[in-house]
Write a protein that binds this ligand. Structure first.
Ligand SMILES: C[S@@+](CC[C@H](N)C(=O)[O-])C[C@H]1O[C@@H](n2cnc3c(N)ncnc32)[C@H](O)[C@@H]1O
Length: 223
């Protein structure tokens, strides 16, 4: 049975006993999300692009923490957000209510997220004025979309537990949905991952990781 665990920054994560891994870094769930996905992915994109809207695709939607923090950032910076999360095993609404992530976002966004979560598993939902959410309840291999995304948050469980998520075949499939010039970010970096991303036509950067991980990977799809 899944259980909540308090991480080093005081925010909660979930432990998945079947996989043998936590949903976030035990060094700080919110800290990791802010650094890896919002900081190195979204902020990087916003700093480079004057566009008033952007689209994010996330692999492994889980608790929705990355959506909540990204929506908060986009609202603050006057960008409209179109967010798609892929999640093969969607969490029940009651579990999301227990994450305590309301402590990190505006009450209106939190309440709107909870109100729209279940419907977002079926249709795209306008969560609030600027933020749109859809959660695709499918295995990554089955995901398909007519959209092209500006940023891909790759938040799968580690390769040691789920190697198929990090295979060249899976990465090629999912990176197909990223725009030319689009940004791929993930919390990890290995020699194999760098080689795979280069072979897929990405420019690879090794950048400082969240606390507890020296480095992480950011890769830009060659235009
Ligand atoms: C590291 S957790 C992601 C944590 C999440 N981003 C959050 O903030 O809560 C990995 C997620 O990938 C999902 N997952 C596992 N296998 C998958 C698959 N084959 N396709 C899509 N999602 C998968 C898990 O259910 C889990 O929610």
């Amino acid at each position: 049975m899944m259980e909540f665990v308090i991480t080093a920054d005081g925010s909660k994560t979930l432990y998945h006993p079947g996989i043998g891994e936590h949903y976030h870094s035990r060094h700080g769930a919110v800290q990791e999300s802010r650094h890896v996905f919002v900081g190195m992915g979204l902020e990087h994109c916003v700093a480079q692009s004057p566009a008033d809207s952007l689209a994010i695709l996330e692999v492994g939607f889980g608790t929705g923490l990355n959506f909540l923090l990204s929506a908060t950032h986009c609202t603050k910076h006057g960008r409209r957000l179109n967010y798609t999360g892929i999640e093969a095993f969607p969490l029940p609404l009651d579990t999301l209510k227990e994450t305590g992530y309301d402590a990190y976002v505006a009450p209106a966004l939190w309440n709107a997220f909870l109100a729209h979560y279940e419907e977002s598993l079926e249709f795209p939902q306008q969560v609030d004025a600027g933020n749109r959410l859809q959660v695709a309840p499918v295995d990554i291999a089955q995901f398909t979309s007519g959209h092209a995304y500006d940023i891909l948050y790759f938040d799968a469980f580690a390769a040691v537990h789920q190697p198929e998520m990090w295979s060249a075949e899976t990465l090629k499939h999912i990176c197909h949905f990223l725009k030319p010039g689009g940004i791929f970010v993930t919390y990890a970096i290995t020699g194999q991952l760098k080689r795979t991303m280069k072979a897929l036509g990405f420019t690879v950067e090794k950048i400082p990781g969240a606390p507890g991980k020296r480095e992480m990977l950011r890769a830009i799809k060659t235009p």
